[in-house]
Design a protein around this ligand. Structure first.
Ligand SMILES: [Zn+2]
Ligand SMILES: [Zn+2]
Length: 104
C-alpha cells in the first residue's frame, strides 16, 4: 500500500444498494411498524430485518428532510398533486433523490 487515496466512493450509492449500514431514514419513527428513532424496522411475521427500512418510513423521512422538486413543497410539507395530498403519506420519487443528496 502506498497510502495514497483514490477518489472516494460516494457513500450514498453504497447506502442505496442496501448494505448493512444504517439507513438515514432511521432518523424518523416508522409510521408503518412504529419502530423508534434509530431502531430497525420490524416485520411482524418474520421478526427483525436489520438494514431494511419500510417504504412508508422512507417516505416520512424524505418528507421531513427534503424539498420536493416535483410539487414544489418545503421539508415537512406533504407531497400533493393538484392540491390534494398523496395517499398514505406517499411522496414523489424526486423527493427521495433529494433526501439522499441531503443526507450525503
Ligand atoms: Zn418500519
Ligand atoms: Zn412532491
Amino acid at each position: 500500500m502506498t497510502g495514497r487515496h483514490a477518489a472516494p466512493m460516494p457513500d450514498s450509492i453504497r447506502r442505496f444498494m442496501g448494505t448493512t449500514a444504517a439507513h438515514p431514514a432511521r432518523g424518523v419513527v416508522c409510521p408503518w411498524c412504529r419502530a423508534s428513532v434509530q431502531q430497525p424496522c420490524v416485520i411482524p411475521s418474520s421478526g427483525k430485518q436489520p438494514g431494511r427500512v419500510h417504504q412508508q418510513r422512507m417516505d416520512a423521512w424524505a418528507q421531513l428532510t427534503a424539498c420536493c422538486t416535483t410539487c414544489q413543497v418545503t421539508p415537512g410539507v406533504p407531497c400533493h398533486t393538484d392540491g390534494r395530498a398523496l395517499d398514505n403519506g406517499r411522496v414523489h420519487a424526486a423527493r427521495h433523490a433529494e433526501a439522499e443528496v441531503t443526507a450525503a
